[in-house]
Ligand binder design. Structure first.
Ligand code: NDP
Length: 264
């Protein structure tokens, strides 16, 4: 299947690890140039070393905080100079802090909101004018299943991700006349750094409501993200694609697994 990503430039915020990194690898395999940034130097260095080691040359990385708007503006300028333009922007960087809602400090509210929601807004405001001028582009916002059914203990994260999903719909409409598609991806419970502590503590319980009966991997997200950015998805915009293994498709996912056991 032709994906039409060869020669395109893809930027992935927080793309040196987890879901972003697997998506980066998938885009590189399709012949796209990929630029990422993250806060941790070691992560960015390792990412670049690994990609160069696999023979990918059109790859760029920087140490940068997504909440540093001026830094992101310079990064975007550098990437456009290096690779010509930007065709796909993926808002992937995200953090989570879980605790009872009364225990959050205002500083924690600001940190989560600034990273998970405000930075998405700011990044789109930086990249949209370039895409509008070229009348072409795809913006993908990595939201969360928490935007649909939040978790107790994750009040601010859920609120931020609901905001991201709302932005996806509004901006898809506002950017449509410029042939820019805006899409969201809703991961379920994916085994990465952000969910490590939760999985260690509640692993068994977390798969109870997943129809496919297992946690997701970062690789599970890469294909759907690449597909949404591709020319095969040209009539798709303004919605969240769930990549959750059928999380809460029904209330009693275990029923089907038990039924299968009883037939064997
Ligand atoms: P990871 O923690 O592995 O990846 C998130 C990446 O974002 C990290 O590599 C981190 O790198 C980077 N990052 C975080 N904060 C910033 C910042 N301020 N500036 C720049 N980069 C930043 O988790 P995932 O890959 O799973 O997460 C990717 C996205 O998927 C997130 O938006 C997350 O909310 C979402 N998601 C994940 C789910 C899961 O179960 N894993 C479920 C639902 C949604 P560094 O720390 O070096 O900055």
């Amino acid at each position: 299947m032709r994906l039409g990503l060869e020669g395109k430039t893809v930027i992935i915020t927080g793309g040196a690890g987890g879901i972003g990194k697997e998506a980066a690898k998938a885009f590189l395999r399709e012949g796209a140039a990929v630029a990422v940034f993250a806060r941790t130097k070691e992560k960015v260095d390792n990412f670049l070393r690994e990609m160069h080691g696999q023979g990918f040359q059109k790859v760029y990385g920087e140490v940068l905080d997504v909440t540093d708007q001026e830094g992101v503006r310079c990064f975007l300028e550098t990437v456009c100079q290096e690779f010509g333009t930007v065709d796909v922007w993926i808002n992937n960087a995200g953090i989570a802090i879980d605790k009872p809602f009364l225990e959050y400090t205002e500083n924690e509210w600001d940190t989560i909101m600034n990273t998970d929601l405000k930075a998405v807004w700011n990044c789109i405001r930086l990249v949209a004018p370039i895409m509008m001028k070229q009348e072409r582009g795809v913006i993908i916002n990595i939201s969360s299943f928490a935007s649909k059914i939040p978790s107790a203990g994750g009040a601010i994260y859920g609120a931020a991700k609901s905001g991201v999903s709302s932005l996806t719909r509004t901006l898809a409409a506002e950017l449509a006349p410029y042939h820019i598609r805006v899409l969201g991806v809703v991961p379920g419970m994916i085994d990465t750094e952000i969910s490590k502590a939760n999985i260690e503590e509640n692993g068994e319980q977390l798969v109870q409501n997943v129809s496919l009966g297992r946690l997701g991997t970062a690789e599970d997200l890469a294909g759907p993200i690449v597909f949404l950015a591709s020319e095969q998805a040209e009539y798709m915009s303004g919605f969240d694609l769930e990549v959750t293994g059928g999380k809460f498709a029904v209330q009693n996912t275990r029923w089907a697994w038990k039924a299968k056991e009883s037939l064997i």
